[in-house]
Design a protein around this ligand. Structure first.
Ligand SMILES: NC(=O)c1ccc[n+]([C@@H]2O[C@H](COP(=O)([O-])OP(=O)(O)OC[C@H]3O[C@@H](n4cnc5c(N)ncnc54)[C@H](OP(=O)(O)O)[C@@H]3O)[C@@H](O)[C@H]2O)c1
Length: 267
């Protein structure tokens, strides 16, 4: 890895569907990028498509030792940051009793512990000459407790609450935003899931590029939290007055029909 005297945007989950869209959108805007993900090979392949000043280094966000090594490497290269875009997330979806211990640990750590840990490390390497930005990718699945997606929903809610509190603590020097997208057709299993939802799925869906653009706009305007997409905003407003027990019954019926578990199979 080369050393450089620029302010970088640090992107986690860079090799994923949404992460890639953030990388392309930010590089079009002339931002210098520091990418991370689990696989060095995939990071290098992505880096080769992006401007020459792009840097990358692997990190397993579920592993404290890997996170420590990552920031050691950042310091060795004398990098300072201006923006953190925490995109990484694990969206295992199944009845809770069918979870493995490994699945619980992975999802809780990547979706929440990794975000909190990266935030602290990022802040101590933030260029003090510029106003910083932190963008967390939450989910509409964090708005209500979601049976059959319970852990994911809880981690995304925790991330949103952490983000809201942090933005008050950091208000003088950093914009902190949590965005809540609905369905994004990134992986094949997600696309299949969306197609089982018929018209509802079609209305709720937004392309990775559209989500990246709307998210970057939200953090540059220093919004606390933004639901991405007109349909998702409408659904939130429409359901706000309904009793939570009704909403959860509806969610349980809909979500008990599908399962997702891409991350453990991949390893
Ligand atoms: N797609 C949707 O419908 C949707 C909807 C709402 C919110 N979101 C959120 O959007 C974000 C991106 O999702 P996506 O749809 O782009 O899915 P994706 O393509 O599967 O991307 C997930 C990313 O998380 C990273 N990741 C997973 N485990 C990791 C670990 N242990 N250490 C480091 N990185 C890890 C993966 O990195 P590597 O594979 O490169 O290691 C991957 O780049 C997630 O936070 C997700 O919850 C997605």
């Amino acid at each position: 890895m080369i050393s450089a005297n620029k302010e970088y945007t640090l992107i986690t989950g860079a090799c994923g569907g949404l992460g890639g869209a953030f990388c392309r959108e930010l590089s079009l805007r002339g931002e210098s990028l520091f990418l991370t993900g689990r696989s060095e090979e995939r990071l290098n392949a992505l880096k080769s498509e992006l401007p020459e000043d792009t840097l990358c280094y692997p990190c397993d966000l579920s592993d404290g030792e890997s996170r420590r090594r990552f920031f050691e490497e950042v310091d060795r290269a004398k990098i300072s940051f201006r923006r953190l875009v925490y995109v990484a997330g694990v969206d295992i979806q199944k009845g809770f009793e069918r979870y493995t211990e490994e699945g619980i640990v992975l999802q809780a750590r990547v979706n929440f512990e990794g975000a909190v840990s990266f935030t602290r490390a990022f802040l101590s390497r933030l260029d003090t000459k510029v106003r910083g930005e932190i963008l967390y990718v939450g989910s509409v699945s964090g708005i209500y407790p979601m049976p059959y997606f319970a852990l994911y929903s809880a981690t995304k809610k925790a991330l949103e609450q952490f983000s809201s509190a942090l933005r008050v603590e950091l208000r003088r020097r950093v914009n902190v935003t949590c965005v809540l997208p609905g369905a994004i057709p990134t992986r094949e299993d997600i696309k299949a899931n969306i197609s089982t939802q018929g018209l509802w799925g079609k209305l709720a869906v937004k392309s990775p590029q559209a989500v990246a653009k709307a998210s970057l706009k939200a953090v540059s305007r220093n919004k606390r939290k933004v639901i991405i997409g007109f349909w998702n905003k409408l659904m939130r407003a429409f359901t706000a007055m309904l009793p939570l027990s009704w909403k959860m019954k509806f969610i349980a019926k809909k979500w008990s029909k599908t399962e997702k578990d891409a991350f453990l199979q991949e390893k």
